[in-house]
Design a protein around this ligand. Structure first.
Ligand code: AMP
Ligand code: GLY
Length: 419
């Protein structure tokens, strides 16, 4: 069995390693892949958003199954395109990926189907948005409608800040077309939980919960990033809450998408906030989260390919999805300066132990040497019986990942430990 895996970050490296545990998997082609994945797959360098090149590659190579991991190719219709060529895929079609591709769509979906979320208004005219902000409760949250590389959310502490954010998005073209429509929503408070879930469009099987650490600096200070580390499971997410989320959020969302003629197959990511009024949806993503995947998949005991194919074939109900009753911690090693300007091109060395526990994200091969090429460079994951041990092990092993001007948060998992 030959698989095409679209994407080239730490998440995709984690997916690659999980897929390769199945002895039926022969070749995995990665598009584009990265310097770390190149040692474990046929790394093509084809951009994840270049649908023409992806289709051409699929037509020229023996591809039996495709896994489309990142948001942009999903929203662009990569799965639709490959399905037309007769290639079965893991991932939603474009008409379902819109659940992440348009925040206005997802907010209206939640309102129509009574799925708990922050109160909101949608604006397509700047003057109406500014007028609304004259009396909106503060703090308030301003979101660009479309994909914005995780940077389209502004938590405004003052009216002026909110107005500036809306103006930059709608008039300044800060996010291009993604920002011509904005959502302004109620500020929610409470612990955040990420729940990734497998779904075949009818049945939904949540994975072990996790906790991301989005801010760049210790104690949740500094700018928002793609994620500086994760732990799983998330201690705030009790079984009682999990049952409630299944009834009030997960199943209603899957049924809503089906009712809308947009059945969702693949991994649906629920970004939840556990407010004092109950769990509410902060965001949906149409894909695996990163770095959540780097703690969730190492805990998966069932075969990933089997589960993915069950999502594609509509047989998830009868397929076991089992997770180890253990704890995982992933620590990201980034280029100093990220998420702002940083230097690239530094050689990376890893101990043998570190290499075995580390997923590569922002690194490429320069000849035979792995060199940094992105902000988040690696994610090092350890699994243990307790959260405290998983954290200690992840940091100890990550010390074996070395490159100049590297940066790590030192408190990944501490909030979970105190929960
Ligand atoms: P996103 O880019 O959608 O992942 O949002 C980034 C972060 O903004 C989330 O992880 C939350 O911490 C925060 N956020 C988004 N929406 C809200 C909200 N309505 N209230 C409070 N915080 C929010
Ligand atoms: N870690 C958050 C995301 O993948 O969107």
């Amino acid at each position: 069995m030959n698989i095409m895996l679209i994407g080239g970050g730490g998440r995709e490296h984690a997916i690659l390693r999980s897929l390769k545990k199945n002895p039926a998997v022969e070749t995995v082609y990665t598009l584009p892949g990265n310097g770390g994945m190149a040692q474990e797959s046929v790394c093509t360098g084809i951009a994840a958003t270049d649908l023409d090149a992806i289709a051409e590659f699929a037509s020229k190579n023996p591809v039996d199954y495709a896994v489309v991991a990142p948001d942009d190719p999903l929203v662009l219709g990569c799965v639709d395109r490959l399905n037309e060529m007769g290639i079965p895929c893991f991932g939603p079609k474009a008409n379902a990926a819109i659940i992440e591709g348009s925040k206005a769509f997802s907010k209206d979906l939640m309102k129509k189907y009574h799925i708990p979320t922050a109160r909101y208004e949608i604006f397509t005219q700047l003057d109406a948005a500014l007028r609304y902000l004259d009396s909106a409760p503060i703090p308030t949250v301003v979101k660009a409608d479309g994909l914005a590389l995780g940077k389209g959310v502004i938590i405004a502490q003052t009216r002026e800040e909110a107005k500036q954010a809306v103006t930059e998005m709608m008039e300044g073209g800060k996010f291009g077309k993604s920002g011509t429509t904005v959502v302004i929503e109620e500020f929610l408070e409470g612990p955040e939980v990420s729940v990734l879930a497998f779904t075949d469009g009818k049945c939904v099987k949540p994975m072990v919960s996790s906790m991301d650490h989005k801010r760049a600096k210790d104690h949740d200070e500094g700018l928002n990033t793609g994620g500086m580390g994760t732990v799983a499971p998330n201690p705030y997410y009790t079984q009682t809450l999990a049952d409630r989320c299944m009834d009030e959020i997960f199943l209603p969302t899957i049924r809503a998408m089906e009712s809308e003629g947009r059945p969702f197959q693949g991994c649906l990511y629920f970004g939840l906030m556990l407010t004092k009024d109950g769990p509410k949806v902060i965001e949906y993503n149409c894909r695996f989260g990163d770095p959540e995947t780097q703690v969730v998949l190492p805990l998966l005991e069932s075969d990933l390919l089997t589960v993915m194919q069950a999502c594609t074939n509509g047989t998830l109900e009868s397929t076991e999805v089992k997770f180890a009753d253990k704890h995982a911690c992933c620590v990201i090693t980034a280029s100093a300066g990220y998420p702002e300007a940083y230097q690239k091109g530094y050689p990376i060395t890893m101990t043998e132990e570190a290499a075995a526990h580390t997923y590569v994200a922002g690194a490429k091969l320069d000849g035979e040497h792995l060199v940094t090429s992105g902000g988040r460079v690696t994610g090092t994951t350890a699994i243990a019986e307790t959260l405290a041990d998983a954290i200690r092990e992840a940091y100890r092993i990550a010390d074996g990942v070395l490159f100049e001007n590297s940066y790590r948060r030192s408190d990944i998992g501490q909030r979970a430990l105190k929960a």
